[in-house]
Design a protein around this ligand. Structure first.
Ligand code: HEM
Length: 438
């Protein structure tokens, strides 16, 4: 562990995997709170997101939400994701025709895809982000997590002097965005009730929770807040990971080819479809997904607060000779990015090598050195269920239909040459193979 200062606040940076296990799992009772707290009376939507809650309130909300994320429920939602994936392939086909030398901005494509998913699964609406540039839904999403005016200064002050968060309350979500989201949700639920519409999506799950909750602890504002949680939890993180997957595959043709072989085989064996169960059983796709998260974790670190004095008794006395007391109120930082790229745990850590996560190699990874979704009772709620499906589906459908090489430039991915590979791209053959290359 290393002591550092955040402005004038002493903070502990934890590098030892065993101690990380203590903090996230074994002694979770001492470290159950995240550093950043939002008061739900000040920010009614983000303040209800478990990530920003403390103590008992966090526990109750987590218990409420967990049944909404079982793999059974995700199976319901799968057809909605398949639908958006088809839209994605069609969008890229169209863009190929339009695109000149400018190419396609992969981040933008991935953001449209994730937002359409959020629209469909969490709000029960067609977000139309492929059809329209920067439409109202995208503007709402982009502003959802963006404090304005004086609030920005407050966020800065609290992030350098966390102690002040006890006295300064922060609001991330602008008022008009809050009102628009409440409007969308209440109108959709009213329509569903009046017309007896049952759509298997996350909004339906939340609506059911509200109806079944008899003690008034889960109300319509909770439904809006948790549907909106998909913006904060799923929109930015997912599109970042997704475009890094594309970036890595574009830059590494060997991995791209291996992945395509695996994907084609599954499609062939399943009547040209990619069933939910099969998606979970593709080892190379799983390895590409994990290796991308290792190299590019969307959350670079986790900041936890010690809520009760904690004594660490080191096993290796040659490193730390006596027990260390971490005092209540101390912030501890778990440096995910640093761990993922530490040569002590990952050979040649800056290289993208999906093989690290294949077969026996996976078991050799030291526990608590790879944790893109956090660990223990407070780990990401959407990780195992939503994330794995969405993240794997995109390379699943794209790599099958598109083939590199792609020129890569920073985070922007430019497709300059498409090879007709299968399905919809046959129709594009002529326009893309003038003079043997595009
Ligand atoms: C690739 C995408 C994602 C990554 C890398 C990611 C990662 C994380 C991480 C590192 C945490 C903090 C864990 C901790 O405090 O120990 C977290 C929390 C959380 N995530 Fe995700 N996440 C992703 C997508 C999602 C999605 C799609 C959802 C569902 C809508 C989701 C729901 C949550 C929730 C509710 C929490 C708060 C959990 C709690 O404090 O109890 N995440 N996520």
């Amino acid at each position: 562990m290393v002591g550092i200062f955040k402005a004038s606040t002493p903070t502990l940076l934890i590098r030892d995997p065993e101690l990380i296990r203590d903090i996230t799992v074994k002694s979770f009772g001492h470290f159950h709170d995240n550093e950043l707290f939002l008061d739900k009376d000040v920010d009614p939507l983000l303040g209800r997101n478990p990530f920003f809650m403390k103590g008992e309130e966090w526990r109750t909300t987590r218990v409420h939400l967990t049944p909404g994320f079982t793999s059974g429920k995700m199976k319901w939602i799968y057809p909605l994701l398949e639908d958006v994936s088809e839209q994605l392939v069609k969008f890229i086909e169209k863009q190929c025709i339009k695109a000149s030398d400018e190419g396609l901005d992969a981040k933008d494509v991935c953001m449209r895809f994730t937002l359409n998913n959020v629209g469909s699964c969490a709000f029960g609406l067609e977000a139309k982000c492929f059809e329209e540039d920067n439409n109202e839904f995208r503007q709402i999403a982009d502003r959802f997590f963006t404090p304005e005016g004086w609030q920005t200064t407050k966020v800065f002050i609290v992030s350098v002097i966390p102690f002040l968060s006890k006295f300064i309350s922060i609001k991330f979500t602008p008022k008009d965005v809050e009102e628009k989201l409440e409007n969308i949700v209440s109108q959709t639920l009213k329509y569903r009730d009046e017309n007896n519409v049952v759509r298997n999506d996350f909004l339906h799950i939340l609506h059911q929770m509200m109806k079944e909750c008899k003690d008034g602890s889960f109300t319509s504002i909770d439904v809006t807040a948790h549907a909106a949680g998909f913006f904060g939890d799923g929109y930015e993180t997912s599109s970042v990971v997704m475009h890094f997957i594309l970036y890595q595959l574009a830059a590494d043709l060997d991995s791209q080819t291996k992945l395509r072989q695996e994907i084609n085989k599954v499609f062939q064996q399943n009547d040209n479809t990619l069933p939910y169960e099969e998606l979970q059983k593709m080892p190379y796709l799983d390895a590409v997904f994990n290796e991308t998260l290792r190299v590019h974790p969307p959350l670079g670190s986790l900041n936890k607060v010690c809520t009760e004095n904690y004594t660490y008794v080191p096993k290796d006395k040659s490193v730390i000779s006596k027990p260390v007391v971490i005092e209540a109120g101390t912030t501890v930082i778990l440096p995910l990015y640093g761990l993922h790229r530490d040569p002590k745990y990952f050979d040649d850590p800056n290289s993208f090598r999906p093989e690290r996560f294949l077969g026996g190699n996976k078991n050799k990874i030291v526990k608590y050195t790879f944790m893109p979704f956090g660990e223990g009772p407070r780990a990401c709620l959407g990780a195992k269920t939503i994330m794995e499906i969405v993240m794997k589906m995109v390379p699943g459908v794209l790599i099958r239909n598109l083939r590199g090489p792609w020129d890569t430039l920073g985070h922007q991915l430019k497709e300059r040459r498409y090879v007709s590979h299968s399905g919809p791209f046959n129709t594009l053959k002529k326009s893309f193979w003038k003079n043997g290359k595009r």
